[in-house]
Each structure stands twice: as C-alpha cells, then as structure tokens.
Design a protein around this ligand. Structure first.
Ligand SMILES: Cc1cc2nc3c(=O)[nH]c(=O)nc-3n(C[C@H](O)[C@H](O)[C@H](O)COP(=O)(O)OP(=O)(O)OC[C@H]3O[C@@H](n4cnc5c(N)ncnc54)[C@H](O)[C@@H]3O)c2cc1C
Length: 469
C-alpha cells in the first residue's frame, strides 16, 4: 500500500530537520525519515562535540600562555569533563528523543527507518523501528512503508565517512569521527589519516590534552583545499602543539596487533600508535538511495541540483549530498531555498559565490569565496594582498597566540574581492566582514575608505586592502 502525503524528507540532519519542520508548520502533511539520529552528523558526531573538544583544548592553550604575559599558570589536562560534556550536554548520550519530540510537535510524522526512492516521488522505508506523530500514531512498526509525495521528496541524506581501500584497514578497530567524538578516554598515541579540516581539528584538540598525535596526509600540504598560506599556518600551529605531520605520504597497509596500530607508508617506513583515526573525507551512497529509479546516476559523487535545489520531477536535494560544500550552514541555507520553492514563496535562488568556511584550529582559519588559485583558474584578472596579524597593532598587543593573516583575492577588472582568508585568534569572526564584502561585491575602493576600529584584529583587513594598490 502506498500512502499519499505532501512531502517526504529523507534524512533529518540540520537541513532536512529544518525543512521538514517548516513545511509541516506551513500546513503540509510531511513525513520525515532518518535511520539514525534526528539532527544528523553535526550535533552528535560533528560540529558541536568537536567544537566542545576544541574549546576545552584552547582553554588549556590559553592557560599555558599566561607564562610570560601574566605570571605563571599550570594547567593539568583531564579528558573526563570533555567527554562528560559531550555525552550529557551535547548529545544526551546520543539519544535524539528531544529532537524527535520537537519535530513531531511541529506536525511532522517521524519514521525511524532506512529510506530509498523506488520511483518518481515514491519512497520506501524499511527496517522501520519507530513511527511518531500525526493522529497519535506513536509506536513500533517493523514492516515496510511506502509513501508517494504529492509535492516533493527532499533528499537530505548527508554523507558518511570515507574509508579508503588500504589493505588491512577494514579488519582493524579504526576510528572515524564518530568513535573519536564518543571516546571517554584520551588516546595515548593517535595516528590520523587525512590532513583536512576534520583531521587537523581533532589532532590539535587531542594533542593539547597530551595525546601523541601523528597526521599522515597524501597531498603535499595539509588543508589542501585552502590557500597555501593557510596550509603553512595550520601545519605550524599543530606542530607547535607537538603533532608530527607527514605530508606527501599515503598509507599502503594497516595492521592492528596486540593493541597497536601500524601504518606502512609507501616509502617502506612505518608509523605506530594506540589509535587510528580515519579522516579522509566523506561520501554519499546514491545507489543505496535508489536515485537510479528516478533517472539519476547512482555512481555520481553528488545529486545535481539547479538553483532552486530541484533535482527532478517533485525531487529536491539539499546539504552535503549536493556537493556544494559539506557545512551545516550550507545545509540550512539550501533548506531555506527548498522550503520557499515548495511553498511558492519566491525569493533568491542558490548563490555560491561567497561560501564561508572555518577550520577551527587555534588560530582559526576562515575563508570565503575563491582561493587565489581558483580565481586564476577562472581566468580572472587577479591581484592578491596579505597582511600579517602579528604586525598589526592588535596582534602585537596580543603577543602569545597571535599568529594569523588576512589574504585578499581581488578581481581587478571589476574592482571587487572574489575571495579572502582570515586567520587568527578570532579568524572565523573577522571573516564576517570579508564575507559581506565578497557576497555584496563591495567595491575595493569602498573598503579602502572605511573606518576600522583600533586596535581590533579586523583592522588587519585595512592593511591588506591598502596593499592591493
Ligand atoms: C568532525 C566533524 C566536524 C564538523 N564540523 C563542522 C563545523 O564546525 N561547521 C560546519 O558547518 N560543518 C561541520 N561539519 C559538517 C557538518 O556536520 C555537515 O555538513 C552537516 O551535518 C551536513 O548536514 P546534512 O543535512 O547534509 O546531513 P547530515 O548531518 O549528514 O545528516 C543526514 C541524515 O540522513 C540520514 N540518512 C542517510 N541516509 C539515509 C537513508 N537512506 N534513510 C534514512 N535516513 C538516512 C542519516 O542518518 C543522517 O541523520 C563537521 C563534520 C564532521 C564530521
């Protein structure tokens, strides 16, 4: 039997949960399905618990900076409060009851089960263990359910950690971000495969608590998608925390014997540790979602969408699955477009010129829009400028922990910024001014004649703007 509803939302991560709730509040009949936890990766295994770890690690680092600035301080790291905070405050011990109740309270019928498309606007849900909401239909249902959406199916199924095909790896008890963020114990010696944002953030946080951390990155620099200056800064920052960094090396074989991991590298050398974190990216299982039944390529890396997030007849996609940037704010941004389109409310379509992202290292490395290399590849008339934070008034005053810079990427034909990086103690916050400049295409001439408060970190933007001349 196929039940008719207005909308089916597959995956209730940040964007799916938001879209389902808003559409139900607008009066549509909405079924939201998730096979794991309502809220998705971000609150349980991603942004929030990782930032709690980072906040704690940064507090330790600040305490260590008292020496030479304000007397003497000794900080004794203890992982227990970090693990307890993640378990009790962030994730409710990885229980989504509150989130389910909130969603149901908005009028969404929630199904806990695995969903797949089985034809146009038709979704089958299997392994159903819970159905909550609407008509008081709360209870267990272990059967298979089928829904046809009159208005839309919204694919918001997010991504899973990539586990690279390294011989031996899958036979070992390796961690992904999910185990790393659930750990009640500090790993003694942590090997991290992957020097992207997730790998580096966790590497620095664990190192600040006393773990011996080694990062192995296949490309020739960490944080390879960002500016080379960002890669250099990130490397220096984590090395200062005692992290050992190996770039240009791929793992060729992994083993786990007597409680120890060994990673064999391509040059024949080996690295060993008590724990291994795989942080080599994310992937979407489009085949498992049955996208071939609606004419989409199940081997693609992402679901292609137009600027209204439409992926086909009565089909939308949002979030990580669209490949436009694996960020919570992207998922929420796209959810807003989906909701407005389904409700025919109008408003602007998707615009990816000014995508902000922050790697929450200490120093924070924020970036928006294009990198210099991307701007040059796009054939723009590029001019760049860099100002160093330690040379700014505020950076000099700040002293310990003042590393950072502002880098601007300008299109001289149009006289606007097309990209920028803001790294420093509050790099992610300073980024907001640059995000406005890139998004709104504020003329560089206007940026040059603004009044920047003294002595702020954001005043380093003015120094960089002057250097564009
Ligand atoms: C360690 C880490 C730190 C991060 N930190 C940040 C950060 O600081 N800032 C930031 O912006 N982003 C961060 N991210 C990324 C962020 O978590 C994701 O971009 C965001 O969660 C994606 O949201 P989404 O809506 O696409 O889906 P997800 O959050 O991935 O949720 C998708 C949901 O769909 C469900 N699902 C999948 N397939 C099916 C199916 N077939 N049937 C039913 N349900 C299904 C899943 O169970 C899941 O609950 C981080 C990620 C990680 C791993």
């Amino acid at each position: 039997m196929v039940e008719q509803v207005d909308v089916v939302v597959v995956g209730l991560g940040p964007g799916g949960e938001d879209a389902a709730g808003r559409l139900a509040e607008a009066g549509l009949s909405v079924v939201g399905v998730d096979r794991r936890l309502v809220g998705g990766e971000c609150p349980y295994y991603g942004c929030i618990p990782s930032k709690m770890m980072i906040r704690a690690g940064n507090a330790l680092a600040e305490a260590r900076r008292v020496n030479g600035l304000a007397g003497h301080a000794e900080a004794t790291p203890d992982w227990a409060p970090v693990a307890a905070r993640i378990r009790d405050e962030a994730t409710d011990n990885w229980n989504d009851r509150v989130a389910v109740d909130r969603l149901v309270g908005k009028g969404v019928r929630f199904v806990r089960g695995t969903a797949r498309l089985v034809g146009p606007a038709t979704v089958e849900m299997s392994d159903v263990s819970e159905v909550s909401g609407v008509d008081g239909a709360v209870g267990a249902d272990d059967g298979v359910r089928r829904f046809e959406a009159r208005r839309a199916v919204v694919l918001a199924a997010g991504t899973e950690p990539v586990v690279p095909p390294v011989p031996g790896l899958t036979e070992t008890p390796y961690w992904t971000n999910r185990e790393a963020l659930r750990t009640a114990e500090l790993p003694a010696e942590l090997l991290v495969l992957g020097g992207g944002a997730v790998g580096l953030e966790l590497a620095q946080a664990f190192a600040r608590f006393g773990a011996a951390v080694t990062v192995i990155e296949a490309s020739d620099r960490v944080l390879a998608v960002e500016e080379p200056e960002s890669s250099d800064l990130a490397r220096r920052a984590i090395e200062a925390d005692g992290v050992s960094v190996h770039t240009g090396y791929s793992a060729k074989v992994v083993s786990h014997v007597d409680g120890r991991f060994t990673v064999g590298l391509e040059d024949g050398s080996h690295l060993a540790g008590t724990h291994l974190l795989v942080a080599t990216g994310r992937r979407t299982d489009l085949r498992g979602l049955g996208v071939d039944t609606v004419g989409l390529d199940p081997t693609a890396r992402a679901v292609p969408v137009d600027d209204r997030m439409r992926a086909g007849d009565r089909l939308y996609a949002l979030g990580d699955i669209t490949g436009k940037g694996a960020f919570t704010h992207m998922s929420m941004y796209q959810a807003d477009i989906v909701v407005r389109d389904i409700l025919a409310q109008g408003g602007p379509g998707a615009d990816y010129r000014a995508v902000s992202r922050v790697t929450f290292l200490d120093p924070e490395i924020g970036a928006v829009g294009m990198t210099e290399a991307q701007a040059r590849d796009a054939g723009l008339a590029v001019r760049v400028a860099v100002s160093e934070l330690p040379r700014s008034a505020r950076g000099w005053i700040h002293k310990a922990g003042n590393d950072g810079f502002i880098k601007l990427v300008a299109d001289t034909d149009r006289g606007v910024l097309v990209g920028a990086t803001s790294a420093g103690p509050t790099g992610g916050e300073v980024l907001s001014a640059l995000a406005v400049a890139v998004h709104a295409e504020v003329p560089v001439a206007t940026l040059r004649h603004m009044i920047y408060a003294y002595p702020t970190f954001h005043r380093a933007i003015e120094d960089a703007v002057k250097r564009l001349d």
